[in-house]
Ligand binder design. Structure first.
Ligand code: GDP
Ligand code: IMO
Ligand code: MG
Length: 423
């Protein structure tokens, strides 16, 4: 295998960081292609915990080049902080090992302010991470945004930022009733941050193109999950990028045929941070128990993650929407020993029973059909799985039409079983 995409198959936080780190060991390149520092990807090595937001999760491997493709919205301030943080954990990040596209769109202070105002003043609260992601993608698609290369020339930077601010100043003053921070100050700060970022900037499109020609091994690291995709997700409660595998082709710059397989990272149950419908959400003590055992707190915002049973109609949809060829089932240890175990195998919706959450279905109106499963009590000390756990996997595989290729049963690197080989 030459290339593999890591895609979250639910609403994010499925354990993409851990799996990317492990498979990144075998790769020449790990590439982020969408999203921004709304992502929080956790890697545990020994007693060290590293949370990556913008930097790809291949960064812990010296031989691996980490690439941030042009589809990422890039917050220079967040990058500075993350760089310092990760380096203070003893990871050496050099411009040889980290390449950032000069065409990444920039998240400005104004994008963050807009995000915050919309969340606090409405009319619709999405429950965003507050990092300015949506407004930055808006600037990009409305062709008013800044690219990272613009930070290197003070005159261009100022000219573009002033043009970008004409409409925002009206919004700040007349809709949200707030002061606009000074443009001069923002120019100054972004120009300074540009100096820090400059050595890392590269033409990542040509790099990846060459890597493909030279048969290098490439891992594409998705952020968020299919159900947060701007087109495929549970709109409007989504993020603003193409989180499915489709985002790779535009966000990394790659011929479509090159992504050989898509590995859907799937939590053994379901979590969601922020607003939006969640058919299998548990509002009982058991939900809290899973939340506690699974330590379900957002890696970016620290918010409590909502918890529910695994939702196979949604998963089946994600498999179709992102062309997922196999899944990594993570956090199976969290369900071990849970005495009441259920999976959602279908929905009752408008008098019918359905087994796939196709778009057009109003998820706030479905009644989940829950199947009782025999609880499992595996301690994962041996390679053998209990019959009950095997059955749990069988039910998932049967419903979604994809095999479980990886089983993860703890946050550490060693807590993993490869059923299928990748790379
Ligand atoms: P990501 O955004 O998909 O990379 O996932 P996060 O890092 O936001 O959240 C996943 C959390 O679960 C992290 O704290 C991981 O360390 C942890 N984790 C990953 N895999 C497993 C697993 O198999 N079992 C347990 N208990 N924790 C895991
Ligand atoms: P990783 O990569 C979980 C959610 C937010 C909110 C919605 C929109 O760690 O899986 P945004 O700030 O992107 O405009 O917020 O998307 N969200 C995530 N939820 N994991 C993430 O990333 C997320 N990134 C965004 O909670 O509901
Ligand atoms: Mg996360």
């Amino acid at each position: 295998m030459q290339s593999l995409a890591i895609i979250g198959s639910q609403w994010g936080d499925e354990g993409k960081g851990k799996i990317t780190d492990l498979l990144g060991q075998k790769c020449d390149y790990v590439v982020r292609y969408q999203g921004g520092n709304n992502a929080g990807h956790t890697i545990i090595v020994g007693d060290q915990k590293i949370v990556l937001h913008l930097i790809p999760s291949g960064i812990l491997h010296d031989h691996c080049t980490s690439v941030v493709g042009h589809g990422v919205v890039f917050c220079p301030r967040a990058f500075k902080e993350e760089l310092e943080d990760v380096q203070s954990s003893g990871v050496n990040i050099t411009p040889e090992r980290l390449k950032i596209s000069e065409n990444c769109s920039v998240i400005t202070i104004y994008n963050k302010i807009l995000d915050a105002q919309r969340e606090s003043q409405g009319p619709v609260k999405i429950g965003t991470t507050g990092k300015g992601i949506g407004p930055a993608y808006e600037d990009k698609t409305s062709r008013k945004g800044l690219k990272l290369k613009d930070l290197l020339d003070r005159e261009i930077l100022e000219k573009k930022l002033r043009a970008n601010m004409i409409e925002k100043e009206v919004l700040f003053k007349h809709l949200y009733n707030i002061e606009s921070p000074s443009i001069e100050k923002e120019v100054e700060e972004l120009f300074e941050l540009g100096k820090l970022i400059k050595p890392f900037l590269a033409d990542t499109f040509s790099m990846i193109d060459k890597a493909v020609e030279n048969d290098k091994k490439i891992l594409f690291e998705g952020a968020q999950g299919v159900l947060l995709d701007i087109d495929y997700g549970t709109y409007p409660f989504v993020t603003s990028s193409s989180t499915s595998a489709a985002g790779i082709y535009s966000g990394a710059g790659l011929p479509g045929k090159y992504v050989e397989e898509v590995l859907g990272i799937t939590k053994a149950y379901t979590t969601r941070v922020g607003e939006g419908p969640f058919p299998t959400e548990m509002f009982c003590d058991l939900g809290e128990k899973i939340q506690t055992i699974g330590n379900e707190f957002g890696a970016t915002t620290g918010r409590k993650r909502r918890c529910g049973w695994i939702d196979l109609p949604l998963l089946k949809y994600s498999v179709k929407a992102s062309n997922i060829t196999s899944i990594a089932l993570t956090k199976v240890d969290v369900l071990s020993g849970i005495e009441e175990l259920k999976v959602c195998v279908g929905y009752r919706y408008k008098g019918e029973e359905i087994d796939c959450a196709y778009p057009g279905i109003d998820l706030s109106q479905v009644e989940p059909i829950l199947k009782d499963m025999k609880p499992f009590n595996d301690d994962f000390k041996s390679d053998e799985m209990s019959e009950e756990l095997k059955e749990y996997l069988d039910v998932i595989e049967g419903a979604i039409g994809a095999k479980v290729g990886i089983l993860a049963f703890g946050p550490e690197r060693s807590q993993i079983k490869f059923i299928q080989n990748y790379f």
